[in-house]
Design a protein around this ligand. Structure first.
Ligand SMILES: C[S@@+](CC[C@H](N)C(=O)[O-])C[C@H]1O[C@@H](n2cnc3c(N)ncnc32)[C@H](O)[C@@H]1O
Length: 349
C-alpha cells in the first residue's frame, strides 16, 4: 500500500468536493444507471464491480465510479473526458496513477458519496481484467460499508451541545455528518490510516472534527461524552467497550450505540440472552437491542440448522468460504448469527 493519506490530509480538500459535485459523481446516479438500490451498490462493491464493471458507461460520473468505487482501471481516453481541473486535482493529490504504457488509469483510493458527503478511504480490492484481487492489510481505512449504514440509521438526533465520540472512526462516515448538528465531534482509531483519511474527509467536506490515533483503551479523555458510536470489528471488541469503556467515557444521561455481529449459542435462548451473557455493566446502564431488518450480516436459526446459505450474505468474503464458516459456527455451538445495535443509555431515558 503506497498511497499516503497523511500527505492528503495536509491539503485543503474543499475544492476536490466541488469538482466531484460538478462532475455529477453521486452514488444515486450510478445506482440508477445500474438499476440498483444505492445501498446495495455500496454494500457489496466487489461483487458489483464484477457484475456491472462494464455497464456503467463513460460519463464523467461513470468514469469516477469505475476508478473509485468499482476499483477498475479506466482507459486514458475515457479519463480525458473529465474536466481538466478535475484531472489536475486527481493527479495533484496522488489519487490516480497511469500504467507504465500510459494506456490505463487506476485509482489509489476509494471515493464514496453518501448524502452529499465524499469519503476517501483505502481500496479493499482491485478489479483487474474481470478478476477481483482482495487487498486487506492490518492498518486499513474501511470505506463506508453496509455495516456503517446499519449503525448510521440508528443514530439518534443530537443537540448543538452534545459531545460525540466516534470510536473506530474509519473514514469518519458516522461522525462527520453530525458535526453540523452536534457539539464537538471527536473520532479515534487504532489505524493511523483511518485517522489520516478522517482528517482528509473532514477537510474535503468542510466539517469540523478532531481525530486522534489511539484505541479507546488508552484514550486519555478529560471529558465524558453525550453520544458514543462504535461500529465494532467483532463481538469481543464491542463488549469490551461496553463493559470497560462506557463506564469511563459515557456521561450520565448520555447514550451509546454499538454495532456488532453477535453469535447466539443454544444456551442463550435468543439474542437478548446472548447480550445478557456478554454484558457486565451495572443497572445504571439500560441496554436495549436493535436489530436492523434484512441484514446481510445475519444468519437465522432455520437457515443455519438446515445448512443453507442466504441468497446474499456479507458474513464471508467468498462463496467458497461458506462451508468452513458454518462448520466453525456449529463447532462453537452457535445456533444463530445476528447483526445488532446495542442502544445504551446511562441513567434514565
Ligand atoms: C468496522 S470498522 C468501522 C469504521 C467506521 N466507523 C464505519 O462505520 O465505516 C471498525 C474500526 O474500528 C477500529 N478499531 C478496532 N479496535 C479499536 C479500538 N480498540 N479503539 C479504537 N478503534 C478501534 C478499526 O481500526 C476500524 O477502523
Amino acid at each position: 500500500m503506497t498511497f499516503d493519506p497523511e500527505q492528503l490530509a495536509r491539503h485543503d480538500l474543499r475544492p476536490l468536493r466541488e469538482l466531484l459535485l460538478d462532475a455529477g459523481y453521486r452514488t444515486e446516479t450510478l445506482a440508477k444507471h445500474l438499476k440498483l438500490h444505492p445501498e446495495m451498490l455500496l454494500a457489496d462493491t466487489a461483487r458489483n464491480s464484477l457484475i456491472h464493471g462494464d455497464s456503467l458507461g463513460s460519463s464523467p460520473a461513470a468514469v469516477l465510479g469505475r476508478l473509485f468505487l468499482l476499483c477498475a482501471p479506466v482507459p486514458v481516453p475515457e479519463v480525458r473526458k473529465l474536466s481538466s481541473s478535475l484531472i489536475q486535482a486527481l493527479y495533484g493529490y496522488d489519487l490516480v496513477r497511469a500504467d507504465a504504457a500510459g494506456r490505463y488509469v487506476t485509482g489509489n483510493v476509494t471515493i464514496t458519496e453518501v448524502d452529499d458527503f465524499y469519503y476517501l478511504a483505502d481500496r479493499l480490492f482491485e478489479n483487474t481484467s474481470g478478476t477481483i484481487g482482495v487487498t486487506i492489510s492490518s492498518d486499513v481505512c474501511m470505506p463506508p460499508h453496509a455495516s456503517s449504514f446499519e449503525l448510521a440509521k440508528a443514530i439518534p438526533g443530537t443537540s448543538p451541545d452534545s459531545a460525540v465520540l466516534d470510536v473506530g472512526c474509519g473514514s469518519g462516515c458516522l461522525s462527520l455528518p453530525l458535526s453540523a448538528s452536534a457539539g464537538p465531534v471527536t473520532g479515534i482509531d487504532t489505524s493511523s490510516r483511518a485517522v489520516a483519511f478522517s482528517r482528509a474527509n473532514a477537510s474535503c467536506n468542510g466539517a469540523s472534527a478532531r481525530f486522534e490515533h489511539v484505541g479507546w483503551e488508552k484514550f486519555d479523555s478529560l471529558e465524558q461524552y453525550d453520544l458514543i458510536l462504535y461500529n465494532s470489528p467483532d463481538e469481543r471488541a464491542a463488549f469490551d467497550l461496553v463493559n470497560d469503556g462506557l463506564p469511563r467515557l459515557l456521561r450520565h444521561g448520555g447514550r451509546a450505540q454499538v454495532r456488532l455481529v453477535c453469535d447466539v449459542h443454544a444456551e442463550d435462548r435468543d439474542v437478548q440472552g446472548a447480550v445478557d451473557r456478554m454484558t457486565s455493566v451495572g443497572p445504571e446502564f439500560d441496554v436495549r437491542v436493535l436489530a436492523p431488518d434484512d441484514s446481510l450480516f445475519s444468519l437465522s436459526r432455520d437457515v443455519l440448522a438446515h445448512g443453507g446459505r442466504p441468497a446474499r450474505t456479507l458474513l464471508v468474503e467468498r462463496h467458497s468460504e461458506w462451508p468452513a464458516y458454518v462448520d466453525s459456527l456449529r463447532s462453537r455451538g452457535v445456533v444463530e448469527v445476528a447483526s445488532i445495535i446495542l442502544d445504551i443509555s446511562r441513567g434514565r431515558r
